[in-house]
Ligand binder design. Structure first.
Ligand SMILES: NC(=O)c1ccc[n+]([C@@H]2O[C@H](COP(=O)([O-])OP(=O)(O)OC[C@H]3O[C@@H](n4cnc5c(N)ncnc54)[C@H](O)[C@@H]3O)[C@@H](O)[C@H]2O)c1
Length: 358
């Protein structure tokens, strides 16, 4: 099957920054996953002559080698290495072989629901994996910069009427996933100080778009509707909200922070589109064209809620905006492109994913 790059659905506006003369070989961990593969695509397509991109990923269930199909077009500047960030030997060998000078660390266990049932897998990948990478950086000696992908969830739930979080606010995670992400941040900051590693921490809100494994709300509900099944909404969470940023805007935020940001800094990455779960359901229902089969409420199934479920998160990204970044893709536009992509490729993208797994 010919796989057009999903960027053809909604051509991204990536900013072409002045390439950094002190950077050559960039490792992207988790680069076969959703955001990592878009980040790798951004670097490969915008800076093919300036940087070499090495994707490092152990191909968990949520990864897809189809996310890496674009590498064929950028053979001279981008490549893939299969490996586990928690395996010292594999990490060390990759950093040395490819003379890595910069790391974008995105590899992680990312599904909050799974963090309640399999919490140690989260600690292994997100905490031990991050520390293994940092240890390898301290020993190999070539790595100068470490960009750590964290999450807005590290701040904990945003209380009604509270202002959005700024980067200096304390961390107060509320579930095993966000706790491992906060722990990883502590390690990054400690290694920065101990080993004089230049680090930057990124805290984005919810990111959506094509190539996201269908376990998170948008792709999961799209696939359920596609298969004529109801959207499984956590009990009582219809008015809970998240801010949603389209994935190319997130990749561009990382691009701008990398080229213009302050080393040692922390950057929130946020969207202005705060959307309730009920509105997500309504929008998906109208996009997938199930209207002829009743109203949206006929297509929602009430399922038990999470053990702890934050009502909202909110981060202030003025710091990022002062570097010249702005959100380009409105929620509805991004959702339309995302829905078309899942309707066309959906379950074909991930090995062994069938309707019963969604
Ligand atoms: N998707 C979001 O809405 C969102 C929001 C905020 C922050 N983040 C963060 O962004 C990063 C990327 O998220 P995503 O949505 O692309 O996730 P994803 O689940 O699509 O991808 C994660 C990738 O990490 C890889 N991976 C997992 N464990 C690994 C290991 N031990 N060794 C090597 N590779 C491993 C997986 O194979 C996968 O390719 C994560 O750090 C996540 O916490 C995501």
């Amino acid at each position: 099957m010919h796989l057009p790059h999903p960027s053809s659905l909604l051509p991204p506006k990536f900013t072409h920054c002045q390439p950094r003369p002190d950077v050559r070989n960039i490792l992207i961990t988790g680069g076969a996953g959703f955001i990592g593969s878009w980040l790798a695509y951004m670097f490969a397509s915008v800076y093919p002559d300036s940087y070499k991109i090495i994707i490092f990923d152990n191909l968990e269930y949520c990864a897809s080698t189809k996310n890496l199909a674009f590498l064929a077009e950028y053979k001279d500047s981008a490549s893939f290495v299969k490996g586990d960030i928690a395996c010292e030997e594999q990490v060390f060998s990759c950093l040395k072989t490819h003379k890595i000078d910069t790391i974008f660390h995105l590899a992680a266990q990312t599904h909050v629901d799974a963090s309640f049932t399999d919490p140690y897998a989260f600690t292994r990948a997100n905490v031990l994996g991050t520390q293994t990478l940092l240890e390898a950086c301290s020993k190999v000696g070539t790595v100068k910069r470490f960009y750590h992908m964290s999450t807005d969830e590290v701040y904990g739930e945003l209380m009604p009427f509270a202002r959005n979080h700024v980067e200096s606010d304390p961390l107060a995670p509320t579930n095993p996933y966000s706790a491992t992400k906060a722990a990883a941040e502590m390690l990054v900051q400690a290694y920065a100080k101990t080993y004089k590693l230049q680090t930057v921490i990124l805290r984005p809100n919810n990111i959506f778009g094509p190539c996201q494994y269908p376990e998170k709300i948008i792709p999961k509900f799209l696939m359920l509707l596609k298969h004529g099944q109801k959207m499984t909404l956590h009990r009582g969470s219809g008015l809970y909200s998240r801010c949603y940023l389209y994935v190319t805007d997130a990749a561009n935020a990382m691009n701008i922070i990398f080229h213009r940001g302050e080393e040692g800094g922390i950057y929130n990455i946020s969207s202005r589109d705060e959307i309730t779960n009920a509105r997500v359901c309504e929008s998906l229902f109208s996009l997938v064209g199930r209207q002829r089969d009743g109203c949206v409420w006929d297509w929602i199934q009430d399922v038990p809620g999470r053990l702890s479920h934050d009502r909202a998160y909110g981060v202030d990204s003025s710091r990022l905006e002062s570097l010249g970044w702005k959100q380009e893709v409105e929620f509805d536009k991004g959702l339309g492109a995302t829905a078309s992509w899942y309707m066309r490729f959906g379950e074909d993208w991930w090995t062994g994913l069938g309707a019963k797994d969604i």
